[in-house]
Design a protein around this ligand. Structure first.
Ligand code: MTE
Ligand code: MO
Length: 254
């Protein structure tokens, strides 16, 4: 009985989206499309098209473009006893936890993460402070981890919890992204930088790359991924260290 209902729900959901897509397609091909775009009503349509464009890939570069000096910014280490102990042991005891709104919470070692499908990309990192650098990143696509953990329908955001604290009050660094960025093919948890194990100052052993957003979204020293429905209950409730500080916006698309 419940299986039937689930199947029916899925069918209706599937039908709904294909009807919507078909409707959208034929509508955009209609002769009046450009007129609507030019009208005030078209503003909403353009906003929707911008959202769709969030799935486009960030530019990728070649090895010749790599920056000889990639600056480290924000925390350059995570100064806790637990982190120092893991670093001393070359992260043999490191585990990435994946929990929250998932049906199979995970605890994965670096060896397990390295055995998963990987992606390598050479991209440009843009910091909000006005500097950029090109680096090569290798890691596990976040989508793979979320599929493995069985992300629940109720999840809307992925929170990156980090091992470091920052600022004079020593508050934990954290960040969050929505599911469009979480499932973006270039969103990875990187363990290698420029073909080497990720250096301490760049977030060893694991850091997020969220290539369609500014640098502060790329959480370093990631120890835990938490799937949540709302960001309200997480630290200051604004979805990130700098967001809670009132310094920068939650969405930092580039
Ligand atoms: N955990 C953690 N992640 C962080 C930061 C930080 O201080 N702590 N700084 C952010 C900022 S502002 C930038 S620009 C990038 C810098 O990454 P890099 O040190 O590899 O250049 O990391 C981001 N991720
Ligand atoms: Mo930054």
């Amino acid at each position: 009985m419940s299986k039937l209902i689930t199947t029916r729900r899925k069918l209706i959901a599937g039908l709904g989206s294909s009807v919507l897509l078909a409707g959208c397609d034929s509508w955009s091909r209609s002769p009046g499309f450009q007129d609507v775009l030019a009208s005030a009503e078209g503003l909403t349509r353009r906003a929707q098209r911008t959202i769709t464009n969030r799935e486009a890939l960030a530019r990728e570069f070649s090895a010749a473009d790599l920056s000889p000096n990639f600056r480290a910014n924000g925390s350059r280490t995570a100064d806790s006893d637990a982190y120092r102990a893991m670093l001393a042991n070359n992260f043999a005891d490191f585990r990435l936890r994946v929990d929250g709104l998932v049906s199979r919470p995970l605890s994965l070692s670096l060896a397990e993460l390295r055995a998963m499908p990987r992606r390598t990309q050479i991209t440009r990192h843009d910091c909000v402070e006005g500097w950029s650098a090109i680096g090569q990143w290798t890691g596990v696509p976040l989508s793979r981890l979320l599929d493995l953990a069985g992300l629940r329908d109720s999840a809307n955001y992925i929170v990156f919890h980090c091992a470091d604290t920052y600022g004079s009050q020593g508050r934990p660094y954290y960040e969050s992204i929505d599911l469009i960025d979480a499932f973006h093919p270039q969103t990875i948890l990187a363990y290698d930088m420029n073909g080497q194990q990720l250096p301490e100052r760049h977030g060893a052993p694991l850091r997020a790359r969220v290539e369609r957003q500014l640098g502060y979204k790329h959480a370093k020293y990631v120890t835990r991924l938490e799937a949540v429905a709302s960001l309200d209950g997480i630290h200051g409730g604004k979805g990130g260290y700098w967001e809670d500080n009132g310094a920068y916006a939650w969405y930092a698309g580039i």
